[in-house]
Design a protein around this ligand. Structure first.
Ligand SMILES: NC(=O)c1ccc[n+]([C@@H]2O[C@H](COP(=O)([O-])OP(=O)(O)OC[C@H]3O[C@@H](n4cnc5c(N)ncnc54)[C@H](OP(=O)(O)O)[C@@H]3O)[C@@H](O)[C@H]2O)c1
Length: 234
């Protein structure tokens, strides 16, 4: 299973204390990749990951805090996600401005790869989910910024747009990837989204790709998920 892991470098995980982020940390550790988490609540990070995982605490609203967090990292994976209509955990503050700030500070610090967990339907302003303070549009604006900043100068990005998120172990389902934001519904395990983001660190075909993903039938993925990157155009 993805036996050819060739990744040297430390990865910063933003949103690590959330349900998807926890899986990203688990999968990075599974591959023996050094991890640092950026968390607003360091006690929560400590409870989840123990003292063995390095944590930088700070606010996603602070460029200075983010600069401290990204320093010395070669990649960033963000699973940040808003949880309230207004205030510091709103879509504008987290999904758009927080991610944009993270992208900018990462680029300044010399980060080479940025993996972002976005969402199905981000280009569809009329989707019912957008009633939540324009969350889809805010995510799309952050995506656009990431594509602009990380598609040149020796940098790369991978943007994963999952369907509805479920809990459960990774590598249990066949996946279906598409581009062009044409999928209207579908579900996927957070752990599989995490796996796709983690392996994007070393899979050439994951570079500079934006794609949607949902799961299909139950089917153990013993050989890993790398093969799905072969199904993407370009
Ligand atoms: N739910 C779905 O079906 C679905 C479908 C497609 C895409 N998505 C997207 O996928 C991503 C991950 O979803 P999830 O359900 O796994 O996430 P989640 O469990 O809600 O975790 C969100 C993370 O963002 C952090 N966060 C929120 N507000 C913050 C703030 N103001 N400052 C710093 N950190 C903040 C949380 O920190 P704390 O732990 O401190 O709260 C947490 O680590 C999100 O972007 C979500 O919108 C979700």
């Amino acid at each position: 299973m993805d036996g050819n892991v060739v990744y040297n470098g430390k990865v910063l995980v933003a949103g690590a204390t959330g349900k998807s982020g926890e899986w990203v940390v688990k999968r990075l550790l599974h591959y023996g990749i050094p991890v640092r988490v950026f968390a607003r609540d360091s006690d929560k990070a400590l409870r989840l990951f123990g003292p063995g995982v390095e944590c930088v605490s700070g606010k996603i609203q602070s460029a200075t805090d983010i600069a401290r967090a990204v320093e010395g990292c070669s990649a960033v994976i963000s699973t940040l996600g808003s949880s309230s209509y207004s205030g510091e955990s709103s879509p504008g503050e987290v999904d758009r401005d927080g991610v944009i700030r993270l992208v900018d500070e990462a680029a300044k610090a010399g980060v080479k790869h940025f993996g972002l967990q976005s969402s199905l339907a981000v280009t569809r302003w009329y989707h019912p989910l957008n009633l939540f303070a324009g969350v889809l549009t805010k995510k799309w604006e952050a995506e656009e910024h990431l594509r602009k900043v990380f598609s040149g100068q020796g940098r790369s990005f991978t943007i994963v747009r999952p369907g509805g998120l479920k809990d459960g172990e990774p590598l249990q389902y066949k996946l279906h990837l598409e581009t062009g934001d044409r999928l209207w519904n579908g579900f996927i395990n957070r752990s599989d989204v995490a796996e796709l983001l983690v392996i994007s660190l070393w899979i050439e075909k994951a570079r500079n790709k934006t794609f949607e993903v949902i799961s299909e039938g139950e089917e153990a993925q013993r050989e890993g998920l790398a093969k799905y990157y072969d199904t993407l155009p370009g």
